[in-house]
Write a protein that binds this ligand. Structure first.
Ligand SMILES: CC(C)(COP(=O)(O)OP(=O)(O)OC[C@H]1O[C@@H](n2cnc3c(N)ncnc32)[C@H](O)[C@@H]1OP(=O)(O)O)[C@@H](O)C(=O)NCCC(=O)NCCS
Length: 157
């Protein structure tokens, strides 16, 4: 089940970020920062629940025509069960309804598993940002195009 995050989820999300995403880097996504994104009207924090506990999450910010996934992780206990797929599907459906044509993200260039996961969900590699992670590691930039403006323009009204 996917639902919007509540304030009480902030600590679990921050801990998952620390252990599963920010390992080896300074801990930037502490509970207070996650809390800010839960309340921010320009962002959405969604969580998955499995066996009555939080099993994954995604933090996404929205601009007029694109969205940006800042963080996404699934608890190791619940991986390869389609949870990241459900989180991304929830986001893509919301973006389509809102007329948002593209979802972007950065992922650690060494994180081959996550890159493979995003590729399997239709994302493409669109560039590399050198030293993006604290000057220590490059980011692989990825994007999922949801709306082809040319095709949209040809649709009958
Ligand atoms: C990457 C991550 C989010 C995937 O979550 P998940 O719920 O296990 O992913 P799914 O079950 O939806 O997998 C969907 C598809 O992605 C690919 N995939 C997922 N994990 C993979 C892995 N470890 N290696 C290779 N391909 C993988 C597969 O094609 C998979 O389909 P399949 O299981 O039918 O083969 C999870 O491993 C994770 O949280 N990693 C640590 C945090 C992280 O790297 N976050 C991303 C950067 S912010």
């Amino acid at each position: 089940m996917i639902r919007l995050a509540k304030s009480v989820d902030a600590t679990t999300i921050a801990q998952l970020s620390r252990s599963q995403i920010e390992n080896g880097l300074p801990w930037r996504w502490k509970p207070g920062r996650v809390q800010h994104y839960i309340r921010d009207t320009g962002s959405t924090v969604i969580v998955s629940e499995s066996e009555n506990r939080l099993s994954g999450f995604a933090i996404t910010s929205f601009a007029e025509t694109s969205a940006h996934i800042s963080l996404l992780a699934v608890d190791p206990v619940f991986r390869r069960q389609g949870i990241a797929t459900l989180l991304i599907r929830w986001l893509t459906q919301s973006c389509r309804v809102a007329g948002i044509g593209c979802i972007r993200l950065e992922v650690r260039a060494t994180n081959i598993d996550a890159i493979d996961c995003y590729l399997s969900l239709g994302f493409r590699k669109v560039g590399v940002r050198k030293g993006y992670y604290d000057g220590r590691e490059d980011a692989q930039l990825m994007a999922l195009v949801l709306i082809n403006p040319d095709i949209e323009a040809q649709r009958p009204t």
